[in-house]
Design a binder for this molecule. Structure first.
Ligand code: ADP
Length: 340
């Protein structure tokens, strides 16, 4: 388990202080794929680099299986780091070394015997489907292939954790998909905990179990991916989800000022059969319900959707209708209350 406690990071550049991380508290469970999303400058990269102490925190603790990395000697820290692999946006390969030597590099540093290195590298090449590129140089590889080498290298010492620093940001959508599938398979097959930082919700949606949203050096929202996708609370999370999150068309709030009405956001997860619930509600409570906007999406194996509905009717009926929707496990947010 990774536990981050009261983590702060201040950069001092020629006397100019940048508070890149402020009071970060986070628990990442073993075997999770944990996503950290935020706009550029939010502090994601600083955070992930603090996890393996590539960047020294200004204050706070980084505990991995109850050991506080900030208190370790350099020798102990080197040992712990062998169990934390890292992959990078720009791959960070040794350009003058072959694929074989790039993957073998961390094993040589760990003084693994040559025979074992050969065996391990062959296994890894098989895993990342690059057997035929063993003696190629990075310049002869595509971006996706370079990242596969990066992943094989990160796996060389059989890590418990992999940190992924925008690993797919430099790749096209198809290649991104195949790299994300590879990470997901590695997580499933070896139970490796993966921490992913990204500025793309599609990455979170595709592989993460949990997600933290960062803004200005803080975590502003955190939870299961499905919960956050179905009910984002902060503006920044909503913005990331804008394609999946129905918004009120401009001007709609000005409609029908004289009538009693409510505009609701109805969110649902799973196969909640919204249609019969809503048509039954209309009949039962004698109100009108107009669907203004809606989206529906599949996240991993769950269906997540949300609808904006305008209810028109007398105040009591609307209130009973809202209770009825809530009882039927739909999440309701009232966007507008025009009743006197
Ligand atoms: P993100 O990865 O979300 O883009 P970063 O962690 O890279 O965010 O940056 C967070 C803030 O810290 C930014 O204001 C950035 O300019 C600053 N920063 C990052 N690295 C350094 C550094 N090595 N020295 C000084 N400031 C830095």
């Amino acid at each position: 388990m990774i536990e981050i406690r009261k983590l702060s990071k201040i950069y001092n550049t020629h006397g100019t202080m940048t508070h890149a991380l402020q009071d970060i508290n986070l628990t990442i469970n073993d075997g999770d794929i944990f996503g950290i999303i935020g706009l550029s400058g939010a502090g994601k990269s600083s955070l992930i680099r603090c996890i393996n102490l590539l960047e020294r925190p200004t204050s706070g603790e980084i505990l991995i299986d109850d050991v506080d990395l900030t208190k370790l000697s350099s020798a102990s820290l080197r040992e712990v780091r062998k169990k934390i692999g890292m992959i990078f946006q720009q791959f960070n390969l040794l350009m003058n070394s072959t694929v074989y030597d790039n993957i073998a590099f961390p094993l040589k540093i760990s003084k693994v015997p040559k025979r074992e290195i050969e065996k391990r590298v062959d296994e890894l090449l098989e895993l990342v489907e690059l057997k035929d590129k063993k003696y190629a140089y990075p310049s002869q590889l595509s971006g996706g292939q370079k990242q596969r080498v990066g992943i094989a290298r990160a796996l060389a010492n059989k890590p418990d954790i992999i940190l992924s620093d925008e690993a797919t940001s430099a790749l096209d959508p198809t290649t991104t998909e195949s790299i994300l599938n590879l990470l997901k398979n590695i997580n499933k097959e070896f139970g490796i905990t993966i921490v992913v930082i990204t500025h793309e919700m599609s990455v979170i949606k595709k592989i993460c179990d949990r997600v933290a949203v960062m803004e200005n050096g803080r975590i502003v929202e955190e939870g299961n991916v499905i919960d956050i996708f179905s009910n984002p609370k902060t503006l920044v999370a909503r913005r990331f989800l804008k394609d999946m999150f129905a918004e009120l068309p401009e001007g709609i709030l000005l409609d029908d000022r004289n009538q009693e009405e409510e505009i609701l956001r109805v969110s649902f997860v799973g196969d909640s059969a919204t249609k019969p619930i809503i048509s039954y509600m209309i009949k039962k409570f004698n109100i009108d319900a107009n669907i203004i906007a809606g989206t529906i999406d599949r996240i991993q194996n769950a269906v997540v959707g949300n609808l904006l509905i305008k209810l028109v009717g007398d105040k009591e009926s609307i209130s009973s209708a809202i209770n009825y929707l809530t009882e039927n496990k739909l999440r309701i947010e009232v966007l507008k209350n025009n009743a006197p």
